[in-house]
Write a protein that binds this ligand. Structure first.
Ligand SMILES: Nc1ncnc2c1ncn2[C@@H]1O[C@H](COP(=O)(O)OP(=O)(O)O)[C@@H](O)[C@H]1O
Ligand SMILES: [Mg+2]
Length: 420
């Protein structure tokens, strides 16, 4: 049986309708003919969904990553962390009812990442002031990080607050969306507000019960290093000296920006090795006709990820953003740049998410230069040297942030010196 249809909205216009057949596991999308005829925003979905009037059927996107949906729509659903919270809240309300991806989108409604919105909207109580430490406290219970409490005695309201601001963004780490008033500093739930009066942050929360060092501080140290390397990132800060807050690139100038991950744009599954290569990422960027400077930037990010050992550089950790004035795409700012291994464990061999020159380990300077050659990158040796030299700053930056000495040393020993 097919679920009810839902509307897909972008920039205030209904661009199409989505249907989903739970039994046949098929998804249907049909463009709104008026939208097609308007000839506006013609490049919002450059791949997979075609600009045609008939209904398009998708059945190849079954599985955990896309959940049967066209990948650009699946990008609106959360990943590991958001889904845990979603399930916790949903089962508290509806016991063991199963929810279809389409119904989940009606909860995403107009609070998703990027600019895509879905109707009908499941109404939830309006935005409220929030207290980050209180949220962390509740989250530690929900995630069962505290032994002495179970998730069951959480109040409806605290769970609802977390549900609203914790289930939009992707990724595995605990995170929430907040909006901070530019003048008063008051922090509001960031699911719905996008006005210019606020700064909109994605906040990666430090759960004190989870581990004995602060991963968010390490991510902040990496942010400082990336900035020195000339990698474009949204301005970021530590909140209460422990949570990593980064301004949202999908909320700028009081407007929602249409953004998609590399996985959402293409249907390449970020969990599978098949399409997970830097070459594909460069080809995607070229296919989207980004300016050449974005390719230079992508090269820089690749080199940074190698040297600073960010092995978790998968296809959902790279995004592109659409410019609706020029109907064109750009590389989005970098995010999730961090030391992705657990420094308290010993890894002898580690394999990165994106292959380079058919390798996921022991990547050397020649592999990087091969990519530079293939995609006409200027001054690759200069870029590599600049980022290599930056490794000498890790200890100072990390020490300044009071990251534990043992963690600083382990990461330092793990930074890569590229061999020719
Ligand atoms: N500054 C940002 N602005 C808007 N969206 C972001 C930003 N940073 C990350 N995201 C989105 O949120 C998702 C989760 O963030 P990420 O830092 O990757 O968390 P995790 O460590 O859990 O993977 C990303 O995949 C990306 O789509
Ligand atoms: Mg991530």
């Amino acid at each position: 049986m097919a679920d009810k249809l839902i509307d897909v909205i972008l920039f205030g216009t209904e661009i199409g309708k989505l249907g989903y057949d739970m039994d046949l596991k098929k998804c249907y999308f049909q463009y709104n003919p008026d939208f097609l005829e308007s000839q506006t925003y013609t490049k919002i979905f450059p791949y997979i969904i075609r600009r045609i009037k008939p209904v398009q059927v998708f059945k190849e996107f079954e599985g955990e990553t896309f959940r049967g949906l066209p990948p650009m729509v699946a990008d609106s659903l959360p990943d590991v962390f958001g889904n845990i919270i979603f399930q916790e809240w949903f089962t508290a309300k509806h016991k063991d009812l199963k929810i279809s991806p389409l119904e989940q989108l009606t909860y995403v409604a107009d609070r998703g990442m990027g600019a895509l919105e879905y109707r009908p909207v499941k109404e939830l109580p309006k935005a409220s002031k929030i207290d980050i430490e209180e949220i962390v406290n509740v989250l530690e219970k929900v995630l069962k990080l505290k032994d002495d409490t179970s998730g069951e005695n959480l109040s409806d309201l605290s769970l609802l607050n977390i549900f609203k601001i914790g289930t939009s963004a992707g990724g595995a780490r605990p995170k929430i969306l907040i909006s901070e008033h530019k003048e008063s500093g008051v922090i509001m739930a960031g699911d719905r507000i996008y006005s210019e009066e606020y700064n909109h942050y994605l906040v990666k929360l430090h759960m004190s019960e989870e581990s004995n060092y602060n991963k968010e501080k390490v991510e902040y140290a990496y942010y400082l290093l990336a900035q020195e390397a000339g990698i474009e990132m949204m301005s970021s800060k530590l909140i209460n000296n422990k949570h990593f807050a980064t301004l949202r690139y999908d909320r700028q100038n009081g407007e929602k920006q249409h953004v998609l991950t590399a996985s959402g744009l293409t249907g390449w599954d970020y969990k599978l090795p098949d399409d997970s290569t830097y070459e594909n990422l460069f080809k995607l960027a070229i296919g989207l006709e980004v300016p050449h400077k974005d390719l230079q930037q992508l090269f820089k990010r690749m080199v940074f990820n190698i040297i600073f050992r960010n092995v978790d550089d998968h296809l959902k950790n790279h995004s592109f953003s659409y410019n609706k004035e020029s109907n064109s795409w750009n590389l989005a700012p970098a995010y999730d740049l961090t030391y992705a291994l657990n420094p308290l464990l010993n890894f002898t061999k580690t394999s990165r998410a994106l292959a380079i020159n058919n390798k996921r380990q022991d990547i050397n300077q020649n592999d990087l230069l091969a990519i530079a050659e293939e995609f006409s990158i200027k001054n690759p040796k200069g870029i590599i040297k600049e980022i290599q030299d930056l490794t000498s700053k890790w200890i100072d930056i990390a020490t300044e942030l009071e990251i534990p000495e043992k963690i600083i040393q382990t990461i330092n020993n793990d930074l890569i010196i590229l061999e020719a």
